[in-house]
Design a protein. Sequence first.
Length: 266
Amino acid sequence: MSLKGLMIDVQGTLIDDIDKRPIDGAVETLSALKEGGVPFVLVTNNTKRESEDFKEFLRGSGFSFDDNQYLDPLMVLESSLPPSSVAAYGTKHFLELLQKRGYTLDYKSPEAVLVSVKDDYCSDEFAAMIEALLSGARLVGMHETSLYAKNGRRYPGVGAILKMLSFATGRDYFVVGKPSDKFYAEALKMLQRMEPDTGWKDVTVISDDLAGDLKGARRMGMRTALVLSGKVKSLQEAGELCREWKPDLVAQNIGEWFKSYEEGAA
């Protein structure tokens, strides 16, 4: 079975959420895809490291890919939200990355509230976000993950926080990374440089995030493969989403997905 294009998640799909080591079969799968000439792009919601640093970390972990096979929200942030005054929430390093890019941290009268991942959000921060939004600031998410997994625990993801704030204030929000149409469209352009006639229906997205990655991919007409090596441990855990729809393929990990691909089932 031939594949025109793959979009492959990283955290929870290629590397473990606990110790950041490669998941069983992940390094071998990426090497086999590259050697076999299968077009793929790593689509990660990384916002904790500079893009170049994270790429080098992945390569140092054994993953083989080219620069034109990697995309994260930091690479498209300025086209979605030009440098401006933002009330930004995330890790200390994420805030430093923003300032390097020309954004001004402003928690009194920001133009936008910018939400990223961290595991220690508190009620006072949510209250400050709500006040800023009710005063006219835009609500922006670096991505829309359903869950944030760290050190064996699962926290509300950026998507869950965005929906809470939207419900509380009546404000809509937009998303920079996955699963925004704009982000996926940029990833598709990268695939089309490798295989020019690739369309949405030709692409399979492989991810551990059913709500945050795969639901959006399905909406755009892409095929979906859920791996149970990260945020979601079973379809039963996924709850209501799996009553509404199911991914095209479910595998324990990306190595098992690759076996299905070799057998013509993926």
